[in-house]
Write a protein that binds this ligand. Structure first.
Ligand code: SAH
Length: 386
C-alpha cells in the first residue's frame, strides 16, 4: 500500500494525481501524447518509474515571510506569488528538503534576512539544492539579493557539519526583478563550485547554472532509448544540438566516429569540455553557439552529418535550424523533447523537408506532474528519394 500522502496537493497544484494512483497519472500523460502525436505514427507505451517518489535531484525553495512575519519556504501556490510553506515534497529529494528546512530554521540565528517580494528588501531569495544520484554529492546555491552574506564562514561551517554530503556552496547574486530564479554571477564560498555525477557509466561535472536532467534514473532510460534509436555503428558523424554539459554527445561518442556538441550557455560548455576530458573522450568537439547559427555554418562548410540528436528547450527548435537540416541531410534524426506541443509542430516541419517519423517513445521524467511534462524520444529517418 502506498503510504505517501501530500497535504499540499490542492494548494500547490503541481501534481494532479499525487494522492491517487501513479497508473492514472501515466494514462493521463499517454492519452495526451497520443492525441498530439498519433498523426505521426504509433506511440509506444510511456515508460514510468517503479518508485515514482523523491526523484527530483534539483530542488528550489523560495524564501519569504508569512503574515505573522515567520520565515517560510517552498514553492509558489499555483498561479500566484504566494509561497506555500512546506518542509517536504513527495517528488523532491529528501536530503535536499532536509537541508532547506535546516537553513530555514537557522537563518535568524545567523542574522540572514529573507527577501520581501513587495518591498524588495532582504537578502535570501531562494535556496537551490542539487544532489548527484550516483555519487551522492550535493551542491547548495544560495540565491541572494546582494553578494554579501553575513556570518558567511560560520553559516557554511554549520551547514557542512550537519550535512556531510554537501561538497560545494555557491552564492548566486540575483538583484533583478524578474521571475528567473538564478542571476548571472556565482561566487563560490565552499568546495569547487560544482558537483560530479555518474550517468550511463560516464562522469559529469555540473555547475550551478548548467542544465542537468532532474530525474537521473529516467534520464538513463531516456538516453538509452535515444542511443538505441540512433543505431550507431562507430562510423557515423554525429551532431548533438542543445547539448548542455555534453551528456548525450559523450554517451554516444563510444559508438560514433566523431561528435559535435553545440550549446548556447557558456557555463554548460565549460562543463562539457571538462566532461570530455574526464571521460577520456577524444572524438567530441564542443562548440558554444546558438544551435541554428551553428547549423548554418556547418551547412556552409559542407560538413557531413549522419545522425543528428537534438534536445531543445520546451519551446522546441527553430525554423532556421530545421531549414539547415534539409541542407545537411542527416540519415537519421533523434529528437528528444520535453515539450510535446513544440515537438508536434517541429515533426510536421521535418516531414515537410523529407523525413519520416519511425518511432515515438514517451518517458515519464516527472511523475505525477501535469500532462505536458513528458519527455519523448522520436526517431526520424530521411526518405529514400529526397
Ligand atoms: N541535452 C542536454 C540539455 C538539454 S536542455 C541534456 O540532456 O542534459 C536544452 C539545452 O539547450 C540547455 O542546456 C540550454 O542552455 C540549451 N539551449 C537553449 N537555447 C539554445 C540555442 N538557441 N542554441 C543552443 N543551445 C540552446
Amino acid at each position: 500500500m502506498n503510504t505517501n500522502r501530500c497535504d499540499y496537493a490542492k494548494k500547490c497544484g503541481g501534481c494532479r494525481f499525487i494522492n491517487e494512483s501513479y497508473q492514472k497519472s501515466l494514462e493521463y500523460k499517454q492519452d495526451y501524447i497520443c492525441k498530439l502525436l498519433k498523426q505521426f505514427g504509433r506511440i509506444e507505451d510511456i515508460i514510468g518509474m517503479e518508485q515514482p517518489y523523491f526523484y527530483r535531484n534539483k530542488v528550489n525553495a523560495t524564501f519569504g515571510r508569512d503574515r505573522k512575519g515567520n520565515i517560510i519556504s517552498g514553492q509558489y501556490m499555483e498561479n500566484t506569488h504566494k509561497i506555500i510553506d512546506k518542509n517536504r515534497c513527495l517528488i523532491e529529494d529528501e536530503y535536499a528538503d532536509e537541508i532547506i528546512a535546516y537553513i530555514k530554521s537557522v537563518l535568524k540565528s545567523f542574522k540572514i534576512t529573507v527577501f520581501d517580494d513587495r518591498t524588495k528588501y532582504g537578502l535570501l531569495r531562494h535556496v537551490l539544492v542539487r544532489t548527484a544520484h550516483e555519487t551522492g554529492e550535493v551542491m547548495v546555491v544560495l540565491v541572494l539579493n546582494s553578494p554579501v552574506l553575513p556570518s558567511k564562514n560560520n553559516f557554511v561551517k554549520a551547514l557542512v557539519k550537519k550535512f556531510d554530503r554537501i561538497k560545494t556552496v555557491v552564492i548566486n547574486v540575483n538583484d533583478r526583478q524578474t521571475s528567473m530564479v538564478l542571476g548571472k554571477r556565482n561566487i563560490n564560498i565552499y568546495g569547487k563550485g560544482y558537483i560530479e555525477d555518474i550517468l550511463c557509466g560516464k562522469c559529469f561535472r555540473i555547475s550551478p547554472t548548467s542544465f542537468y536532467q532532474i530525474n537521473s534514473m529516467q534520464t538513463e532510460i531516456l538516453y538509452g532509448k535515444a542511443i538505441e534509436f540512433a543505431g550507431l555503428t562507430g562510423k557515423e558523424s554525429v551532431f548533438d544540438a542543445y547539448s548542455g554539459i555534453g551528456t548525450i554527445g559523450i554517451c554516444a561518442s563510444d559508438h560514433a566516429k566523431n561528435v559535435y556538441c553545440v550549446e548556447l550557455n557558456p557555463e554548460a560548455v565549460r562543463d562539457a569540455k571538462e566532461n570530455g576530458k574526464r571521460n577520456g573522450v577524444k572524438n567530441v568537439r564542443f562548440v558554444c553557439d546558438d544551435a541554428g547559427k551553428f547549423m548554418v555554418k556547418m551547412a556552409q562548410d559542407k560538413e557531413k552529418v549522419d545522425v543528428l540528436f537534438l534536445d531543445p528547450p520546451r519551446s522546441g527548435s527553430t525554423n532556421i535550424f530545421i531549414r539547415q537540416v534539409s541542407v545537411l541531410r542527416p540519415r537519421k534524426i533523434v529528437y528528444v523533447s520535453c515539450g510535446p506541443e513544440s515537438l508536434a509542430r517541429d515533426l510536421k516541419m521535418f516531414q515537410k523537408i523529407g523525413y519520416q517519423v519511425k518511432k515515438i517513445q514517451p518517458v515519464d521524467m516527472f511523475p505525477f506532474t501535469e500532462r505536458e511534462h513528458v519527455e519523448t524520444v522520436c526517431l526520424l529517418s530521411r526518405k529514400a528519394q529526397v
